[in-house]
Design a protein around this ligand. Structure first.
Ligand SMILES: Cc1cc2nc3c(=O)[nH]c(=O)nc-3n(C[C@H](O)[C@H](O)[C@H](O)COP(=O)(O)O)c2cc1C
Length: 341
């Protein structure tokens, strides 16, 4: 790739900043962005070097994260007063080149289009129990609509047996992860301890800060990832487990190709931004989706044959904890615009 010298355009910086705020597995930020010409178009690429080799060998979660970044770019273009024109997987020979976004017709954003932009920096991943205030049925219906508008289904589990079944599958995956030495090493590389090494090599910051994973992972019905190894130090009694679990949901798609993963990421982020605008955050429990046999069980027994892409809980967190992002000059490059004949 030819990279030009000089400062990126202001719009490109604005889009890269928005894109970087997307969620990603263990905050791996598996993306890079290219400004074509001077604010002519903005490209979203998957950075395969940042994929988790053990938990995400096929790159599905990496593409979901990039899909969320793409939704943020669309939101930011709209905020600037343009309609985003999106070309998905524009080069068949390069499956890591996920989307090109350019500026369409000028039109002032409506309030409904503007509120996701306001929520970009409010959204954070939660871990542990939620507070007691409920998520209303009306908001859940709006979240389902947001997912559907992107071509995905947000399946809210309202039958206790299904929540119980999903909880058991999450548990099975999480227990297996906790005793798998190599997965534990992969996870440890995604916490603050590793960040010190990254900073020393000037590649960070990535990873999940300690402040964002202090809650014991076994407090809620769906087990969380044990980023800090807390379950090795003390256990949570069954009686204490479950309070503050919130609403359990699975985001799924009818098919399971890279284009569907990209779609799932956009649907996810659209749901998350709308929720965050109403003070509702998500916690994620994707452990069973990282093991093919358990993912297949979720698909057959929980999501009626649709492909599960994300397992989440929704609720009102007592507090939020922001995670760091890599500086923009690490994620954004420039390329001269192609010559127009
Ligand atoms: C595909 C995907 C899978 C994720 N899986 C989990 C998970 O299983 N457990 C968890 O605590 N967070 C999970 N996350 C959330 C990330 O850890 C979080 O997005 C990242 O640390 C950045 O923090 P932020 O979302 O607060 O900006 C996932 C995010 C994505 C996009």
């Amino acid at each position: 790739m030819t990279v030009t010298e000089g400062k990126p355009g202001r719009a490109a910086l604005h889009l890269a900043r928005a894109a970087s705020l997307a969620p990603s597995p263990h905050n791996s930020q598996p993306w890079f962005f290219v400004e074509e010409g001077h604010d002519r178009a903005f490209e979203v690429h998957a950075d395969a070097g940042r994929r988790m080799p053990l938990t995400d060998p096929g790159g599905r979660e990496m593409v979901i994260a990039c899909g969320a970044a793409l939704l943020n770019v669309r939101t930011a273009v709209r905020h600037l007063g343009f309609r985003p024109l999106v070309d998905v997987l524009p080069e068949a020979a390069d499956q890591r080149f996920l989307a090109r976004v350019s500026f369409g017709a000028h039109a002032a954003p409506t309030d409904d289009e503007e509120s996701p932009a306001r929520a970009l920096s409010l959204r954070h991943t939660h871990r542990g129990p939620f507070g007691p205030e409920p998520v209303t049925e009306a908001l859940l219906a709006e979240l389902r609509d947001r997912a559907r508008a992107e071509g995905a289904v947000l399946q809210v589990l309202d039958v206790p047996e299904k929540v119980g079944l999903l909880a058991r599958l999450v548990d099975t995956a999480e227990r297996a992860d906790r005793t798998d030495l190599w997965r534990a090493v992969e996870l440890a590389h995604r916490t603050d301890l590793w960040r010190a090494v990254e900073l020393a090599h000037r590649v960070g910051p990535t990873g999940v800060p300690v402040g964002a994973c202090r809650a014991h992972p076994d407090l809620t019905l769906l087990a969380g990832r044990d980023y800090l190894g807390l379950s090795r130090r003390y256990t949570v009694s069954k009686r204490r487990r479950g309070v503050g679990t919130g609403i359990v949901a699975v985001l799924c798609t009818p098919y399971d190709q890279p284009a569907d993963w990209l779609l799932a990421g956009q649907a996810l982020q659209r749901v998350l931004l709308h929720a965050a605008g109403h003070g509702v955050m998500a916690a994620f429990h994707t452990q069973p989706l990282e093991r093919p046999e358990l993912r297949e069980e979720v698909r057959r027994k929980v999501t009626a044959g649709r492909y599960p892409q994300m397992v989440l809980r929704l609720g009102r967190p007592p507090h939020v904890c922001p995670t760091p992002r890599r500086p923009l000059d690490r994620v954004l490059t420039r390329r001269p615009a192609p010559l127009v004949r």
